[in-house]
Write a protein that binds this ligand. Structure first.
Ligand SMILES: [Fe+2]
Length: 228
């Protein structure tokens, strides 16, 4: 008796990706000029502020009020973040186009010398979080942002090497790594655990982090420092 093939047994077979975790990856226009302005403001701020200890290991983490001291370039970056997040966030309870939430953005800068990293963490009380790269520090392949599968370690508990594979042979990962690229903005849900592997470049890596919160109220303008 001939062995049944998949085609014999199934009239149809497909893979459906349910409950996806959506992130946004964007490249900003005029990034070299924007980055030059951001870098100047960040380096000046480091001269007068010792910064904060949060998830950062070895690196300098500014205060979270960069929208107050980062100049027009910081405002431009916040507007880009809000535009993308607004485009991809829908208020199912809104009636007649009435705006029920306003966006509030906190922003801070990170300067990471060789060896600096960020421990895994999430951002409570926020909707979207993002990172923008000003300077890759001379190591475009190193120090990636690492996003953890929110189901981890559940998806490793039965057999660590047994993973789902799709029709194209792609298998499920429990981590996604994104390399720093100047001019790139990466946005992800604030509940998603993330960290940064150690930087190994010849220069300091400079990045900017943002948290966006949706607060009750209809004011569509940029709000400063409302989430911390
Ligand atoms: Fe973070």
């Amino acid at each position: 008796m001939a062995e049944n093939t998949k085609e014999d047994l199934f009239a149809h077979h497909e893979i459906r990706d349910i409950f996806p975790t959506n992130i946004m990856v964007a490249e900003l226009n005029d990034a070299p000029a924007l980055n030059a302005a951001l870098k100047e403001n960040i380096l000046a701020r480091r001269e007068v502020s010792e910064g904060l200890n949060r998830s950062n290991v070895l690196g300098w983490h500014s205060d979270t009020k960069m929208l107050k001291w980062g100049g027009a370039a910081a405002q431009t970056l916040a507007q880009a973040m809000m535009k993308l997040c607004g485009q991809h966030t829908k208020d199912l309870g809104a009636t007649s186009g009435r705006v029920r939430y306003r966006m509030a953005v906190d922003m801070w800068a990170n300067i990471s010398p060789a060896g600096a990293s960020n421990q895994y963490h999430a951002h409570p009380s926020c909707l979207w979080s993002g990172v923008y790269y000003v300077d890759d520090g001379g190591d475009p392949d190193g120090g990636p942002l690492v996003l953890l599968d929110p189901r981890f370690p559940m998806n490793k508990m039965y057999g660590a090497d047994l993973v789902f594979v799709d029709d194209k042979g792609e298998h499920q990962n429990t981590k996604v790594r994104l390399t720093p690229t100047p001019g790139r903005l990466v946005i992800f849900p604030s509940w998603l655990m993330h960290g940064v592997r150690p930087h190994s470049g010849s220069r300091d890596r400079i990045s900017i982090a943002m948290n966006l919160a949706a607060l009750p109220g209809a004011a569509p303008s940029l709000n400063v420092g409302l989430t911390s």
